[in-house]
Ligand binder design. Structure first.
Ligand SMILES: [Zn+2]
Length: 125
């Protein structure tokens, strides 16, 4: 005769599935938030490039280069460097949130399309 699971076990299982579902939802929210951040940063980056282009145009078409323009170019370049770093960081966060299969043997993260671990070669379940 099959043993009826105790209520504790049932509640425990239900709680575990709810936790997994909540975690998945959080990951999805986090992922869309990061993608939005990345799009915003990329748009800011394009804006800085555009400004930089205009400053250079101003210099090239004027006989005298104003100090203000040169300072603005430096600011623009600094902003571009910072934005590129931010974009790289956000991209890294997005990559780490992508669905993956963890190898039970070595713990390496593998893309869901993999059937075998890219690190140790063991079968992934
Ligand atoms: Zn492995």
């Amino acid at each position: 005769m099959a043993q009826t699971p105790s209520l504790d076990v049932v509640i425990d299982n239900a709680k575990r599935y709810a936790d997994i579902a909540a975690e998945k939802t959080n990951e999805i929210i986090e992922l869309s938030k990061l993608k939005l951040d990345k799009a915003k940063l990329q748009s800011k980056l394009r804006e800085q490039y555009r400004k930089l282009g205009k400053f250079y145009y101003d210099i090239a078409t004027n006989d005298t280069t104003s100090e203000t323009t040169e300072n603005m170019i430096d600011e623009c370049i600094d902003a571009i460097k910072a934005l590129k770093q931010d974009i790289e960081w956000v991209s890294e966060q997005i990559r780490s949130l992508k669905p993956h299969r963890i190898c039970a043997v070595c713990g390496a993260k593998n893309p869901t399309s993999c059937n075998f671990c890219s690190s140790c070669g063991k079968k992934l379940y």
